[in-house]
Design a protein around this ligand. Structure first.
Ligand SMILES: [Zn+2]
Length: 290
């Protein structure tokens, strides 16, 4: 009789110790996972005003909670997702405030704008000179962007169009002189609407071309048939129009029909299909994720 009881006793002991272990583990995971109690009553009220969008999107930043609400009050017609996006870009503050150094140096998804700077010393790796068939002499881009721009240029040529890089990589000092010249000419406020301050120009990434058709001034590019071709085809080679019409309140720059940025085909396709800017794409899909 005693012999047959022993296995039962062992099993019961095992079940009890197993349950204790399981319960303890449950408690630990409970403490680690944020629950509703993570937020104070005040925070919960604020989150409710933003339709608890923090539960639906992963680029919500609790540090910006008050800024989101202030921006929402000022822009009641904006979708909440856009409020989060724009505050994350920094647009609730004046241009060139809270400037940070751009992360992702030498990556095709690096962002440079009025809140993210490349700095005085940044020179991208792998700069290469564009072929004379596709560019003014001495134009340089980062290897991958150069390859893709030449592909684009040759495809356009096949279709009967001339698309030429008339400006591409610019170093810090070049932009410094350019910006200072514009400030002298038009004043700082005006210059800021169309020219980047040194260290903030996207041209310094080596991923940007300003194009023309080698006939009329690049500022009139919008009027050319080459512009139309770019609208339909640039994304296939990974290029986007970086400063589109009516998006200057997001990009911080006036519309530039001639300025194209290499971001790779995947990002370019998404941006085209969803009609958003790279600044928006960046805070939603790249920042804090790559
Ligand atoms: Zn440009």
């Amino acid at each position: 009789m005693k012999k047959t009881l022993l296995p039962f006793i062992i099993i019961i002991i095992l079940i009890i110790s197993g349950s204790i272990y399981w319960l303890k583990k449950q408690n630990i995971t409970k403490e680690e996972t944020p629950t509703e109690d993570t937020y104070t009553k005040e925070e919960k009220e604020k989150l409710a005003k933003l339709d608890n969008i923090n539960e639906k999107i992963d680029y919500f930043n609790m540090d910006y909670l008050s800024r989101y609400l202030t921006y929402q009050q000022k822009n009641p017609n904006l979708k909440i997702e856009d409020i989060i996006t724009r505050v994350n870009i920094g647009l609730d503050q004046p241009y060139y405030t809270n400037v940070k150094m751009a992360p992702y140096l030498n990556q095709i998804y690096i962002l440079s704008n009025k809140y993210l700077a490349l700095g005085e010393n940044y020179v991208p790796d792998n700069l290469e000179t564009l072929s004379s068939e596709c560019a003014r002499s001495g134009m340089q881009l980062v290897h991958e962007a150069k390859e893709k721009f030449e592909e684009l240029c040759l495809a356009a040529k096949k279709d009967g169009y001339t698309i030429r890089a008339m400006s591409s990589y610019r170093d810090y000092n070049y932009q410094l002189n350019l910006y200072n010249r514009y400030v002298k000419q038009d004043g700082k406020e005006a210059a800021d609407t169309y020219s980047a301050r040194a260290g903030h120009s996207e041209h310094q990434t080596g991923l940007v071309v300003d194009v023309d058709n080698n006939q009329i001034d690049y500022t009139l590019f919008e009027q050319t048939k080459e512009y139309k071709w770019m609208q339909e085809n640039a994304y296939k080679y990974g290029f986007i129009m970086r400063y589109p019409k009516d998006k200057d309140n997001i990009t911080g720059y006036e519309y530039e029909s001639w300025h194209y940025r290499y971001v790779g085909k995947e990002i370019a396709t998404y941006i085209k299909n969803n009609n958003i800017t790279f600044d928006e794409y960046y805070v939603r899909f790249i920042e804090n994720k790559k």
